[in-house]
Design a protein around this ligand. Structure first.
Ligand code: CP
Length: 309
């Protein structure tokens, strides 16, 4: 049973809920391996995917998860809606809810927008990324991928490398990993690591080689040029030299370090192509686990029916 109606972020989110989602997601991974990858669990439920910001993985995997669970699915893109005629956020969501929907999956550029949405609608709200704040479903699929690979999360040593300041993936991963008993070290240029962040129970390092020596897995983040305004480091070339996960750097470390990346990747900047495509990378496993974990989240929050054998 889930103790929360919505999934807005992993800060303060109960560990037992995260564990229930991950355990349920492993069950749905099996469904995804079947010839017919569909169960009737959410038949009769209607879910709207409300995207005010671009997405490839999150949007497609939510839509696929909804279809695999037999829910009815509606896609809303702000760029092709009446938002462009000046309709407010409140009017938009209240009109959508008036059509009798059960859940809204929302991505929005403003931190806190999903919480704001819960004030206007009775539907279940799932945060699919709100600005630089949180991306809880990405963190859950990352946790599932770590558990799949290592068989546990408690005690794992995870490095999060790169643009921590602008990363909702980093913040949700920090809350989820610490909550489930992993050890976390953040690494990147000082200008891309917020000053307060150690209070969340993480370590900070400015030396990526030290972190790679220490870690069982590293989660490599995209440099988010679009959120930076003025440059916060001298050049992408210097960034790659100091913090990039290059083939040469990985080969220096005589260990099977697991490489993760939430996507989209800047190949040749934060990660080299031959690292991203190597056997040590579990990036495409993360993508598949994204469908399974989003199926689990929708199923658990919408009170899905058990499959009959
Ligand atoms: N990882 C992630 O959120 O990717 P998208 O922006 O493509 O959804």
């Amino acid at each position: 049973m889930m103790t929360e109606k919505h999934l807005l972020g992993l800060e303060g989110y109960p560990a037992e809920n995260i564990e229930t989602i991950i355990d349920t997601a492993f069950g749905f991974r099996e469904v995804l391996e079947r010839p017919i990858k569909k169960v009737p669990s959410l038949q009769g439920k209607t879910i709207v995917n409300l995207f005010y910001e671009n997405s490839t993985r999150t949007r497609i995997s939510f839509e696929l998860a909804q279809k695999r669970l037999s829910a009815d699915t509606i896609n809303f893109s702000a760029s092709s809606s009446s938002v462009n005629k000046g309709e407010s956020f409140k009017d938009t969501v209240q009109n959508i809810e008036a059509m009798k929907i059960d859940a809204i999956v929302m991505r929005h550029p403003h931190p806190g927008a999903p919480l704001h949405l819960t004030k206007f609608v009775d539907a279940v709200v799932i945060n699919a990324g709100d600005g630089t704040h949180e991306h809880p479903t990405q963190a859950i699929l990352d946790l599932m991928s770590l558990k799949e690979h290592f068989g546990k999360i408690k005690g794992l040593k995870v490095g999060i490398i790169g643009d921590i300041s602008h990363s909702r993936v980093a913040l949700s991963n920090i809350h989820g990993l610490i909550n489930l008993g992993a050890k976390v070290t953040l690494c990147g240029p000082p200008t891309l690591i917020p000053k307060y962040i150690e209070k969340l129970g993480v370590n900070i390092s400015y030396n990526v080689d030290e972190v790679m020596d220490w870690a069982d897995a590293i989660n490599v983040l995209r440099i988010q040029m679009e959120r930076m305004g003025v440059g916060l480091f001298p050049s992408t070339r210097e960034y790659r030299n100091l913090f990039g996960i290059t083939h040469e750097r990985l080969n220096k470390h005589n260990k099977k370090l697991v490489i993760m990346h939430p996507g989209p990747m800047n190949r040749g900047v934060e990660i080299d192509s031959n690292v991203a495509d190597s056997e040590q990378a579990i990036i495409l496993d993360q993508v598949l686990n994204g469908v399974a974990s989003r199926m689990a989240i929708l199923y658990l929050l919408l009170g899905g029916k058990q499959e009959e054998n």
